[in-house]
Write a protein that binds this ligand. Structure first.
Ligand code: SF4
Length: 701
């Protein structure tokens, strides 16, 4: 095969947070095939998405020219499928940038900078995420900037920052090699982080004890020493019961607790009320099993905890993570080889985009916007000359809050780069109405996404294989992505478009290449100390924090102390809170949403990939066979799912792994968008919606 290609270019898989390094084999400006490289997170392994999911780059629907909406053309998804661009006219870059800048400037002038908001992207590079938040903050003086982390691990990050002083993982997932016990809770790594799952399976093969906890029986169940299929929404009851047993049987690591933590007594006192006998009826796991699991985890010499959106996407998502942190701390399973807390990150650069400040309450490196000195430091870096601090000290609005603020006429204009809220937001009809209401919407993407169909101006962007830049994976590994192809038509790299728009807004940005953006990031981000563009160009990956130019970086952190004022980690007790919308007579089923192996998030890329779409071609959901029988639906028949917010029709699959009162719905399919049904209720701390629990009913179509 090597003879049939022009070049092989090293890059990073654009899908999940594992961050597999890949080699793009290119001929005639087309990717011919992809191989896995020996990266720190994948050691040459790839999953089906990484190996076969690249052909969307060459799809005929790629946007190749800037577009401007035709006067009076309707906004939204009701476009002609045969001619999806019929509501737009092509424009020159100069015109599109001018129209976009004028629209946003007019809103700023008439309604203040806070009337404009931005959603950046976890699919873009670190440099692009940094520029995006800078554009909103410097250009509009406010912090109304967010991205999909709000729908993903915002509650996990809130709990981690609160209790261990840092939102990133404490150990790479590869550290499971040195563990003898591990908990995998609320995640389905076989489908969502498939290469990470291979390390989990190898751990079991070596004799490691794997405890899987999930309301749905995931494929990882086959490898588990213990499988706890608990009732949805009862994570706190389950975890508090396990911690109660550990205290009751004196299995906690008291030396670790005394030396490294605070607030233990409050945690211990709180746990008294959570006996396994009392919690068993709530969480659906018998007391004896809870005891066995508590002993297995507490007696392990080195233990890790992995979690996903099954933990974070609840109105008590922050509490769920608080419990996991407390459980690890009380067993001393943090900061040592084979030990650690690891929320598995979703998008390939959601860690890096968050680090780069693409969140409304923090500037880069999680530095609070409330601190005048920090904001003044960024003014200095951004060469603000006004004398007044450019950025507001008020945290901005989050994703769902921005949608609500549009309905209240507080937000009137948006710039959305690479995100698809018209598919990904909860109660998506509400979100779509908001997008239609905007006075001025700029969307930058590679396809006419559902969100782009609401835009006034569309900027055609480059795909990952068409640009240079760094991305940071779930392991805190900063990796170099490289341009292998020229973008189609007039599409441009996102960082270049951002610079053009910033300059049209009067910001005077000069960055000849992503390298200069990365160098500016380093001025405000100590996490990038000892990580240079040159190093990444030659070594491909360096883990942060990194304490020397010849060091690979720290796979495990917080062995001695935690980055909190006291240097200690904190226990924060959590109480049981019921989900926001409980099932009732009218809506008796619990709907939970998620991803499938073949399709990535809202499907904008993978549903345009021939192989992936061939493997999983139509909208589907899974229910227990008994539930299907009860509803009079044959496996493979059509079902109508209804919630208080909407309804969808899709194919029903029989799956014994789904509890009898549940239905699992992937959210990648526009023809049956799961988020038409989801509940927008938010976790009060992380502001993450309750995607994992909505009351629905099913009926035969
Ligand atoms: Fe890409 Fe994730 Fe699959 Fe690796 S595991 S190939 S990063 S989708």
């Amino acid at each position: 095969c090597e003879e049939s290609i022009d070049k092989a270019v090293s890059s990073v898989c654009p899908f999940c947070g594992v961050g597999c390094q890949i080699s793009l084999k290119v001929k005639d400006n087309k990717v011919q095939y992809v191989d896995g490289l020996d990266g720190p997170a994948n050691e040459s392994r790839l999953c089906v998405k990484g190996r076969f999911g690249y052909d969307y780059i060459h799809h005929a629907h790629r946007l190749t020219k800037p577009l401007i909406r035709l006067k009076d053309a309707p906004k939204g998804l009701n476009v002609d499928p045969a001619n999806p661009l019929s509501h737009f006219r092509e424009a020159s870059w100069q015109e599109a940038i001018e129209v976009a800048a004028k629209g946003l400037s007019t809103l700023k002038q008439n309604h203040g900078g806070e009337s404009v908001a931005g959603f950046g992207s976890a699919k873009c590079t670190n440099e692009e995420a940094y520029l995006f938040q800078k554009l909103i903050r410097q250009g509009f003086g406010h912090n109304n900037v967010d991205h999909c982390t709000r729908l993903c691990h915002a509650s996990s990050v809130a709990a981690l920052i609160e209790n261990i002083g840092s939102g990133a993982v404490t150990a790479s997932f590869n550290e499971i090699e040195h563990a003898d016990v591990a908990i995998v809770i609320g995640c389905n790594p076989t489908e969502n982080h498939p290469v990470a799952a291979t390390y989990f399976k190898q751990f079991v093969r070596r004799g490691g004890k794997l405890i899987v906890m999930d309301p749905r029986g995931t494929a990882m169940k086959r490898f588990a020493t213990h499988m706890l299929q608990f009732r949805p929404g009862t994570d706190v009851a389950l975890l508090n019961a396990i911690m109660h047993i550990i205290v009751d049987e004196g299995l906690q690591n008291q030396t670790y607790i005394d030396e490294h933590t605070e607030n233990w007594q409050a945690q211990k006192d709180h746990l008294v009320g959570f006996s396994p006998e009392k919690m068993a009826p709530l969480c659906g796991i018998d007391a004896q099993t809870l005891r066995q699991v508590a002993r297995t985890f507490a007696k392990g010499k080195a233990g890790m905890i992995f979690w996903g959106m099954g933990v974070s996407q609840h109105i008590h998502g922050t509490d769920n993570s608080r419990c996991l942190i407390s459980l690890a701390l009380m067993c001393g399973h943090v900061g040592r080889s084979g030990s650690g807390l690891h929320p598995l990150r979703g998008q390939n650069n959601v860690q890096g985009a968050s680090d780069a400040g693409l969140i409304p309450m923090f500037l880069p490196d999680y530095q609070t916007v409330k601190d005048n000195n920090i904001r003044a430091h960024f003014d200095e870096i951004w060469q603000e000359e006004s004398g007044a601090i450019a950025v507001s000290a008020t945290p901005g609005l989050t994703v769902v809050e921005i949608i609500d603020a549009i309905h209240k006429d507080k937000i009137r204009g948006m710039y959305i780069l690479g995100e698809n809220p018209a598919m990904s937001d909860p109660d998506v009809s509400h979100a779509r109405k908001a997008l239609a209401k905007l006075k001025h919407l700029i969307v930058q993407d590679i396809f006419l996404t559902e969100t782009a169909s609401f835009a006034d101006v569309i900027f055609p962007a480059a795909a990952f294989a068409e640009k240079d830049g760094t991305v940071t994976n779930t392991n805190r590994q900063v990796q170099m992505g490289r341009k292998a192809l020229d973008a189609p038509g007039e599409a441009k790299q996102d960082w270049a478009i951002l610079i053009e728009l910033a300059n049209a807004l009067g910001l005077n940005w000069q960055y000849p290449s992503p390298r200069e953006i990365f160098n500016e990031m380093k001025l405000g981000m100590s996490s990038l100390d000892n990580i240079s563009w040159e190093r990444l160009s030659s070594e491909n990956a360096v883990t942060y924090p990194c304490y020397g130019e010849n060091q690979p970086g720290e796979a495990i952190v917080f062995g001695d102390s935690f980055p909190r004022q006291s240097g200690r980690a904190k226990f924060t007790p959590a109480s049981v809170i019921a989900p926001d919308e409980l099932p009732d007579k009218e809506y008796p089923l619990i709907m939970t949403t998620g991803r499938q192996l073949e399709h990535w998030h809202t499907g904008s890329m993978t549903r345009r990939s021939k192989v992936l779409d061939a493997v999983e071609p139509e909208a589907n959901c899974s229910l227990h066979p008994k539930t299907l029988r009860r509803l009079g639906i044959s496996p493979g028949g059509m079902i109508r799912l209804l919630s208080r917010r909407g309804e969808i029709e899709l194919l029903a699959r029989a799956d014994r792994a789904v509890a009898e009162d549940m239905v699992f719905v992937p959210f990648a399919y526009v023809e049956a968008a799961a988020n038409l049904l989801t509940n927008p209720a938010l976790d009060p701390v992380g502001k993450i919606p309750e995607f994992k629990f909505a009351a629905v009913r099913g009926e035969a179509v």
